[in-house]
Design a protein around this ligand. Structure first.
Ligand code: UD1
Length: 430
């Protein structure tokens, strides 16, 4: 199994191209099941989660072709992928496939809307809390679906005439349930109003693509989304938006090591809250024509408190990385996680590098230390694993990160992007 070896101590200088967003690519790919026409997605990142979803969509009958010629973008290789689901050959998403990636559960929305039925295994995915599916079930029920849970599967059926427009107010903000209800409502009879919807940029990107396919969605990016159902959707061509989590991760890496890096092909407006927190640690951040420049020269890292929240708040997917940064701050910081329970598995691994962190429920107190020392550590989930990389870049000596497959789910060519900026990072295959 691959490991990542980091020798810390180098500043980062150079240009890092930002990939298309994993969390937008996945729902966009799933949206291709809503039409018998071809959906073409550009700027799709090459990640294990994308490959897994390609297998899942293929199981439902999608014909998928990846552009042989990769579109070269700076130093990143974005791909253009064509998805055509002329006929849905199976409305079952089996446990063996769904258990590997939680987002694959989302096929329930398009399958139910287009075929009137879906049988989807209860999901697996990152081990960060219980992550139930009650909001999906309640929301789809509000659109007229009949849902039963049996033997680890969710069996959903639409009434004879198809799903009906409805009104659903999410009791809790959920990105995935917003994606699914928005997709399901595009083909429902009548108008659907979703209240307390997720406002994440990836929801806006999905709505934009669905509208290009002929859907009638308004209000995306606000907490009330209205979807006027249409009889069918057509194909479209859509470019996946930049990955704001990857952007924030590399910005935090530079804030940690010091240096001067341009993050290319990204957009500061996707992560204002996180960038503001990084600025307060002492780094300078400015917008360039095609992205963001981040500089930290000489000055130390100031302690900053953060609380995770749905967009536009501080993203939970950057919480672990920010904690990595805070381990070397000049004081005490507090990090509160409000989205997921049990999303502090990186704490014990960061402690192996010499970090001083104490936990109390959903809050962590980080006492900055002047030096971290390299050690063998284990990746536990996607975002936690990259926090270990950030800490390793600033630790003295060698840090060896095992279970790298977590990183490969969400970070495209991480070691190459960092190495080009002067870091000492390499993949070691056993
Ligand atoms: C998505 C992102 C993930 C990010 C998360 C929060 C993708 C592929 N994944 O995950 O990276 O960390 O948003 O920004 O886009 N919940 C329920 N019942 C439900 C559904 C969710 O209680 O039916 C809870 C969850 O347990 C969690 C909270 O709602 O506590 C938010 O989860 P949600 O926004 O749904 O996360 P995902 O869409 O799975």
């Amino acid at each position: 199994m691959d490991r990542i070896r980091i020798v810390g101590g180098n500043e980062l200088h150079g240009v890092i191209p930002i990939s298309g967003a994993k969390n937008a690519a996945l729902p966009l790919m799933i949206a291709s099941l809503l039409t018998d026409d071809t959906l073409t997605l550009e700027n799709v990142p090459h990640l294990a989660d994308v490959e897994q979803l390609i297998r899942i969509l293929g199981n439902h009958g999608a014909d998928i072709s990846v552009n042989g010629r990769r579109e070269r973008q700076g130093e990143s290789y974005a791909r253009t992928i064509h998805f055509t689901s002329r006929n849905i050959v199976s409305t079952t998403a089996p446990y063996e496939l769904v258990s590997k990636m939680r987002a694959s559960f989302w096929v329930i929305g398009p399958l139910l809307a287009r075929e009137g039925k879906a049988r989807v295994s209860l999901p697996g995915g990152c081990a960060i809390g219980t992550r139930p599916v009650d909001l999906f079930i309640d929301g789809l029920t509000a659109l007229g679906a009949n849902i039963e849970i049996d033997g680890g599967y969710v069996n959903a059926t639409a009434p004879a005439g198809g799903l009906a427009g409805g009104r659903y107010v999410f009791p809790k903000v959920s990105v995935g349930a917003t994606h699914v209800l928005m997709m399901a409502a595009t083909l429902a009879n009548g108008t659907t109003v979703l209240g307390n919807a997720a406002r994440e940029p990836e929801v806006v990107d999905l709505a934009k693509c669905l509208n290009a396919m002929g859907a009638k969605i308004t209000g995306q990016g606000t907490s009330t989304i209205t979807v006027e159902g249409v009889p069918s959707l057509s194909g479209a061509r859509h470019r996946v938006l930049p990955d704001r989590i990857e952007t924030g991760t590399y910005a935090m890496a530079v804030a940690m090591t010091g240096g001067d890096v341009i993050l290319e092909d990204t957009d500061a407006s996707l992560l204002e809250t996180a960038l503001e927190a990084i600025r307060r640690t002492g780094a300078e951040i400015s917008e360039t024509n095609s992205g963001i420049r981040i500089v930290r020269n000489g000055a130390g890292i100031k302690p900053v408190d953060i609380v995770t929240d749905p967009f536009p708040g501080f993203p939970t997917d950057l919480q672990a990385q920010f904690m990595g940064l805070m381990t070397k701050s000049s004081g005490v910081s507090h990090i509160t996680e409000t989205i997921f329970e049990n999303r502090f598995m990186h704490v014990q691994e960061l402690a192996r590098l010499g970090a001083k962190i104490s936990l109390s429920g959903q809050a962590a107190k980080v006492e900055g230390v002047s030096r971290l020392k390299g050690a063998p550590v284990m990746a536990t989930d996607l975002r936690a694993s990259v926090s270990l990389v950030i800490a390793g870049l600033a630790a003295e000596g060698e840090t060896m990160v095992s279970r790298v497959y977590h990183l490969d789910r969400g970070f495209e060519r991480l070691e190459e992007k960092l190495t080009r900026c002067g870091a000492h990072v390499e993949r070691v295959s056993d």
